[in-house]
Design a protein around this ligand. Structure first.
Ligand code: NDP
Length: 500
């Protein structure tokens, strides 16, 4: 998930035509602006957070900081701590029978940390002498942007180069009766002061599974309603293991179902009616909270892109860009979630922005390489991956040219605590022909992000299976299991790791 709000990063010969007030607001991915300012350019950032339909608002830093990666990872960590509390007696800790969790306390701590990041971003922009405008931006023409403050005050800004990095917002299924009125999205969940209680999460991708994962881990009755497959676009064997683990740890799954309507009952509960797509049967249940996690829409609708001549994909509403991140107008660029075909990941947008700033300042001609971008899904059992899924590798190279090495392993930490490790699994997808270049790595287990990050460097550098096998493992870790993958799927041999 990347950024949020209006137009960001007016770079170069920026000229403000009228004076405007500059209250604090939201801005993220300003790495690009900050980098350009550091390189000696005059830079302005225009940014504005439209409150969610439920009225949630936040500060400087965009989606990732305020309503995405940061609060999500902290709440995921809070949920993992619950697992450690359950493990603790096995290691001699004498625990009370019940260890209740206080949502309000957790939420306040997480929100305070996010607010400290908002402050940090503000200071950073000031230190780098980036002019910040808390205004909603739209194009007047290809060189002029109009900024409008919350109070309606207008400012016209012109610049030599303009970068659009407005991110996206959660989608609401407006065709479902009561969806907007009674549902919340990831824009709201992290800012709830009280526990969401019994929750229905609709959707089956990153956002849905991560939220459902930490809600279950915090002890809440959680149901995921998915209409088709989990984690579309990811390796499906891994995705099935992710949801298997969640199901065996208390998340309820309604598979092949789609919501029809949401009604608020007299006791304030939400009654949700859904349809089973296979049988056509309708069913219902009541929840305290309904969380829509059905995808995101790019924030391009209100930018008046047509006035600047910037072309979008009419279906996705994303901005069409070339390898230099340039739009159909050569001095207007788009990075992050607004740009067509780019991964919706903050670090990717930041790196693309930084490289763009360097190119615009004639410091480098390097282009962003969008291949082999690693990522991690922070579900209760984390899933880290880089490169191609098994399906994508087979589709690209043909089954006979692909070799998959795999292993079911048991993290050492799971042993004493007698945790079930059925879904702890690794697979490395390689080309079959020596030196067997690694096409993709998929890791399901604790600290998947930490494990995947290092191997991503190797894969980026073109590592082969033989090189990974010559990498000495760090014992005893889960990551070392990657360096010991000897069993091929093709062999049909048991891939369960035993012993050291
Ligand atoms: P996605 O677009 O990836 O997935 C949308 C999900 O919602 C799919 O499961 C889809 O099902 C389902 N869906 C869509 N419409 C409906 C409907 N009407 N009823 C029921 N289900 C529906 O969205 P996300 O919001 O999860 O993620 C957006 C992006 O954010 C991702 O591309 C990801 O890159 C990024 N992200 C990254 C994270 C990280 O780095 N850890 C964390 C979270 C997000 P179907 O498959 O059937 O269409």
């Amino acid at each position: 998930m990347a950024v949020r709000a209006a137009l960001r990063g007016l770079l170069g010969r920026f000229r403000r035509r009228t004076q405007a007030s500059v209250p604090p607001g939201g801005v993220r991915g300003a790495a690009q602006g900050a980098a350009a300012a550091q390189l000696g350019k005059k830079v302005a950032v225009v940014d504005y957070v439209e409150p969610s339909p439920q009225g949630t608002r936040w500060g400087l830093g965009g989606t990732c900081v305020n309503v995405g990666c940061i609060p999500k990872k902290l709440m995921h960590h809070a949920a993992l701590l619950g697992g450690m509390i359950r493990d603790a007696p096995h290691y001699g800790w004498e625990m009370p029978q019940q260890v209740p969790h206080d949502w309000s306390k957790m939420a306040e701590a997480v929100q305070n940390y996010v607010k400290s990041l908002n402050w940090g971003h503000r200071v950073q922009l000031q230190e780098r002498k980036v002019s910040y405008f808390n205004m909603k931006a739209s194009f007047v023409n290809e060189h002029v942007v109009r900024g409008v403050t919350k109070g309606g005050k207008e400012t016209l800004l012109s610049a030599k180069h303009i970068v659009i990095a407005t991110g996206g917002r959660p989608k609401y299924p407006t065709h479902i009766e009561g969806a907007v009125e009674h549902g919340i999205t990831s824009d709201d969940i992290f800012w709830l002061k009280e526990s969401p209680g019994k929750t229905l999460v609709v959707g089956a991708s990153y956002v849905a599974l991560e939220c459902a994962g930490f809600l279950t881990g915090l002890g809440l009755d959680t149901t995921v309603m998915m209409r088709s497959i989990p984690l579309r676009g990811f390796d499906q064997q891994m995705s099935a293991l992710v949801t298997d683990y969640m199901a065996s740890h208390g998340t309820r799954f309604l598979r092949g179902c789609t919501a029809l309507r949401v009604k608020r009952l007299l006791d304030n509960q939400l009654q949700v009616t859904w349809k089973d797509l296979a049988s056509g049967r309708e069913d219902m249940d009541t929840f305290n909270t309904v969380l829509w996690a059905v995808g995101r829409v790019p924030e391009t609708r209100n930018l008046n892109l047509e006035k600047a001549g910037v072309n979008t994909n009419p279906e996705s509403k994303k901005i069409l860009v070339d390898a230099r991140e340039a739009t159909s107008v050569p001095h207007i660029y788009a990075i992050g979630d607004t740009a067509e075909g780019r991964p919706e990941l903050t670090p990717t947008a930041i790196m693309a922005g930084r490289l763009l700033a360097q190119r615009l300042c004639d410091q480098s001609s390097d282009l962003m390489d969008y291949d082999n971008v690693p990522t991690t899904v922070f579900t209760p059992l984390e899933y880290g991956c880089v490169g191609l899924s098994e399906e994508a590798a087979v589709a690209r190279h043909g089954e006979e040219h692909v070799e998959v090495y795999h292993a079911y392993y048991k993290p050492l930490e799971f042993t004493v605590a007698e945790r079930d490790a059925s879904q702890c699994y690794i697979k490395m997808v390689c080309l079959r022909k020596p030196p067997k270049p690694v096409l993709g790595l998929h890791f399901l287990g604790p600290n998947a992000g930490e494990v995947t990050q290092g191997f991503a460097l190797g894969i980026k550098c073109g590592a082969s299976y033989a090189q990974v096998m010559r990498t000495v493992g760090i014992h005893p870790t889960c990551a070392e299991e990657v360096t010991k993958l000897r069993i091929t799927k093709r062999s049909g041999l048991d891939s369960t790791v035993t012993g050291c």
